[in-house]
Design a protein around this ligand. Structure first.
Ligand code: NDP
Length: 431
């Protein structure tokens, strides 16, 4: 869906590059069908791969009977009991609902949006992290009137300065934001509209507004509740139902866990996959490599994407002290954005200096790079390779000693010279 949004925005670029393109609007149903077809083919591929590798696949709901025995309940209610020497828990998480009147009856979650049969219309996205901002971004780009309700800060845990840059960019390109806003009740109205009662978290006043669709993106919870983990003696964190582990091993030595069920670990699919592969190699193939949860690169796929590795500016300062932290920064515009036109309200379709590169180094450790932040197109592609460099302990001098590929956005990281401390303007004027 993000890609659908990006393609929509490219229509305007294509015209500036001389293409005779006619934008006849977007067909929600066609997009959803294509996505569902793709998901279907992925599922088929996984099942085939399991079969080819001699894995028995059982479509059933599992729960523990004791530390070596599981009950598997199938759709038709039939229960099969099975025993195993070792058991891996990888049940993941599901989106959470708000515990307020009407939430379950009136709202959908990010899991539903991919199969939503009707176009969402005027939409409210509740929450201010990855899922909410990504969803609001592509819905805006697809032409839907979209609002985000933020109760505190956007993208908690990420670099604060960059989180605000992303919100600012989205705002200028059509997404609406309700700050300090906490929805506290939902009600279905005649004609299918949803009335949302919103409380201002600063002043305490309440107001009501209406939407066609409300998407809750207020975090995900681990689905450990039905597993009867107590019967196996597996401990969970009572606060969030997640499983504390040391190197993916639970407190029961033959029961393991990977993925979103792990307490205090990133909720990211590639993290789960890497941890699982390392774990299985350690158990069965004499491997010794443990999962390293540090310096995990990630990308937020908002309309202007954001890739990052390591520490935010505030965490680096808190960890090493202000005097030991050097911040290199640069604002720029990709060459492919050079042709341009003015959108609505006088905002350029492709703004000057909307993209941003920030490297954070530790002066007390020979300028080792401790934080990498990139805002701009293809952030996942730009960020991935730098993650290898940072895992290898790259210093600022290694970045400086690397020859850039011209004309790319990624080369910006090989020529960073302006520090925040210097106060010098880091925006670009020429090429
Ligand atoms: P997160 O847990 O990251 O964020 C939850 C958001 O909802 C926060 O903004 C939080 O605000 C807000 N919130 C929580 N409770 C309430 C409430 N009662 N009322 C109003 N707002 C509330 O959740 P997401 O759903 O965005 O994402 C789940 C996970 O999925 C993430 O950890 C992420 O790693 C993963 N993910 C990764 C993607 C990627 O790699 N591109 C894409 C999508 C998801 P506050 O800050 O005030 O607590």
């Amino acid at each position: 869906m993000h890609q659908a949004g990006i393609l929509g925005e490219s229509f305007s670029d294509a015209k500036e590059y001389g293409w005779h393109v006619r934008n006849d609007g977007h067909n929600w149903n066609k997009m959803v069908t294509s996505i569902q077809d793709h998901i279907g083919s992925l599922n088929f591929g996984y099942r085939t791969a399991l079969r080819d590798n001699g894995v028995t696949y059982l479509n059933a709901f599992g729960s523990f009977i004791d530390a070596h025995t599981l009950a598997a309940t199938k759709k038709n209610g039939k229960i099969e009991t099975m025993t195993a020497n070792r058991i891996l828990i990888a049940v993941g998480g599901r989106p959470s609902y708000l515990d307020v009147p009407g939430a379950e009856e009136c709202c959908i979650t990010s899991d539903d949006i991919f199969s939503l049969p009707e176009a969402p219309g005027r939409t409210l996205c509740v929450g201010a992290s990855y899922i909410s901002l990504e969803t609001a971004g592509f819905l805006t780009a697809l032409g839907y009137d979209t609002t985000v309700a933020i109760r505190s800060i956007p993208l908690r845990g990420f670099d604060t300065e960059i989180a605000e840059k992303i919100v600012g960019y989205m705002e200028r390109h059509g997404t609406k934001f309700m700050r300090d806003s906490q929805p506290c009740a939902f009600e279905k109205r005649a004609g299918g509209k949803i009335a949302v009662k919103v409380k201002n978290t600063v002043f305490g006043n309440e107001f009501e507004t209406e939407f066609d669709t409300v998407i809750l993106a207020v975090g995900r919870h681990a689905v450990t509740a039905g597993l009867n983990l107590g019967a196996a003696g597996v401990r969970v964190n009572p606060r969030n139902g997640k499983i504390p582990c040391v190197d993916e091993v639970t407190n029961i030595s033959h029961i393991y866990a990977v993925g979103d069920v792990l307490d205090m670990r990133q909720e990211l699919t590639p993290v789960a996959i890497k941890a699982g592969v390392n774990l299985v190699n350690r158990i069965f193939s004499g491997g010794s490599i443990k999962m390293d949860y540090d310096l995990v690169p990630t990308t937020v796929f908002t309309p202007i994407e954001y890739g990052c590795i390591g520490m935010s500016e505030e965490l680096a300062i808190e960890t090493f002290g202000d005097e030991n932290v050097e911040i290199y920064q640069s604002y720029f515009k990709p060459l492919e954005w050079a042709v341009n036109h003015v959108e609505h309200d006088g905002v350029a379709h492709r703004e000057d200096n909307a993209c941003y590169a920030k490297l954070i180094t530790n002066l007390a450790d020979d300028e080792r790079v401790v934080g990498f932040h990139y805002v701009g197109p293809n952030a996942g592609e730009v960020t991935q390779g730098y993650a290898v460099a940072m895992k290898m302990g790259a210093k600022k001098s290694d970045f400086d000693g690397t020859v850039g590929i011209h004309p790319t956005v990624s080369e910006e990281f090989t020529i960073l010279s302006i520090t925040k401390r210097s106060g010098v303007d880091a925006t670009k004027r020429g090429c």
